[in-house]
Ligand binder design. Structure first.
Ligand code: SD4
Length: 326
C-alpha cells in the first residue's frame, strides 16, 4: 500500500479516542513508581510511514527490545528512495551533497547521535553503534563516516537522479526559504514500547532541503528532536529544526509530562512556546508526537497537515494531528 492510500484509509477523528484525557494527576518524581507499566507493545511515528511503523510494531511483537525495534523500523524509510527527507534519496544541501542526521535514545537514558554524515544510509543504526561501541554520544561529519566504514557500513551515493533534478531546478533561483509544504516534511521520529514496558526512540533525517553545507537541525540533538525518560515518556519532533532547538522541544514535552500534563497537552504547550516568540502567523511547520508510561499518545503541530502512525494490537493507523492553524 502506498503512503497516500494509507493516508486516505486513515481513521479520521481517532486522535481524540487515542489521546486520553488528563488521567495522570501527577507524574512528579514521587509518584512515578506507582504508575503501572504498560506492557502492551506499540510503535508510533511521525507522518504517514505505514511500512516503517509496522516493521517496528511487528519486531516488538516478536520480542525485540524497543531500541532494536526503532532502528529496524526507521531503516525502512532510510532506504526508501521516495522519501526525500530521510536517508538515501533525501534532498541534498545547497551544494548538491546529501548529509544525514540521526539519533537514538534508550530506556536507560543512554543515547547516540551522528551529525552531517555523508554516504551512509542507515544513520539511526549508526547512532546506536555510537551509543553502544564508543565512549561518546555524538560523532559528526568525517569522523562519523569513518566510524561507519570501520563498522562495516558500505559507502553509497545517496543522491538519486530525482533529487538531483529537483536540486538543479532549485538552483535556478537558489532562494532558500523554509517550507511549510507538508510533503516536504517526512523526517521520521519513532518511539516504541516493548514487552517489558520500556521506551526507546529514534529520529532520522536528511534535514531541510537545500540547507547550507554543515547545517544540522534538531533531529540528531538529544532533547530537541528526541527525548526519552523511561519513568515518564518520550517525545519526537519534526519540522523546522531551528525553532525546535531554541525551545529544546522534546525535552520540554517530557518535563511537562513529568509535571502532570498529558502527552497531548504537553505537545500543545511546546508548540505554544514556539509561537510565543513569533510575530503573527509563522511560515514554517513544527510538529510534535509524544507518549507517556500509561501508553497515552498525543500530537500537535503549528500548521495543518501533520499526522502520525500508530501500531498496536496488529493495527496500524494513520491519525491526523490537531494544529494551531486549520
Ligand atoms: C530538520 N527537523 O533538519 C528536521 C527537518 C524535518 O521533516 O523534520 N523534516 O530541521
Amino acid at each position: 500500500m502506498n503512503r497516500r492510500n494509507f493516508l486516505n484509509k486513515s481513521y479520521l477523528g481517532l486522535s481524540t479516542m487515542l489521546v486520553a484525557p488528563e488521567t495522570i494527576t501527577s507524574l512528579g518524581n514521587k509518584s512515578i513508581s506507582s504508575i503501572s507499566k504498560n506492557s502492551e507493545t506499540y510503535a508510533i511515528s511521525t507522518w504517514s510511514v505505514p511500512e516503517a511503523n509496522m516493521k517496528a510494531g511487528r519486531a516488538l511483537e516478536g520480542g525485540f527490545s524497543a531500541i532494536e525495534a526503532v532502528v529496524k523500523g526507521v531503516a525502512y524509510e532510510e532506504s526508501n528512495l521516495l522519501n526525500t527527507t530521510v536517508g538515501k534519496g533525501g534532498a541534498p544541501d545547497r551544494d548538491g551533497v546529501v548529509s544525514l542526521d540521526a539519533c537514538v535514545m534508550n530506556h536507560t537514558g543512554d543515547c547516540g547521535a551522528v551529525l552531517a554524515v555523508e554516504n551512509i544510509t542507515h544513520v539511526a543504526a549508526l547512532a546506536k553503534e555510537v551509543m553502544e561501541k564508543t565512549p561518546h554520544v555524538i560523532l559528526a561529519g568525517k569522523g562519523a563516516r569513518q566510524f561507519a566504514i570501520k563498522q562495516g557500513y558500505k559507502p553509497e551515493n545517496l543522491l538519486t537522479e530525482k533529487s538531483k533534478k529537483a536540486w538543479e531546478k532549485w538552483l535556478k533561483n537558489g532562494n532558500y526559504q523554509p517550507e511549510i509544504n507538508v510533503e516536504n516534511h517526512d523526517t521520521i521520529g519513532m518511539i516504541c514500547c516493548d514487552n517489558s514496558g520500556n521506551l526507546s526512540g529514534a529520529c532520522t533525517t536528511s534535514g531541510l532541503a537545500y540547507k547550507m553545507s554543515g547545517r544540522v537541525g534538531d533531529s540528531p540533538i538529544i532533547g530537541s528532536g528526541l527525548y526519552i525518560d523511561n519513568n515518564v515518556g518520550g517525545a519526537v519532533a519534526t519540522g523546522l529544526g531551528e525553532e525546535v532547538i531554541k525551545t529544546v522541544g522534546s525535552f520540554l514535552i517530557v518535563e511537562l509530562m513529568r509535571g502532570g500534563l498529558s502527552p497531548q497537552k504537553a505537545c500543545e504547550e511546546a508548540v505554544n512556546r514556539i509561537l510565543e516568540k513569533q510575530k503573527g502567523k509563522p511560515n514554517f511547520q513544527v510538529a510534535y508526537l509524544a507518549t507517556n508510561k500509561n501508553g497515552e499518545v498525543g500530537a500537535f503541530s503549528i500548521q495543518k497537515g501533520f499526522s502520525y502512525t500508530f501500531y498496536k494490537n496488529k493495527l496500524n493507523k494513520n491519525i491526523p494531528s490537531n494544529s494551531i492553524y486549520k
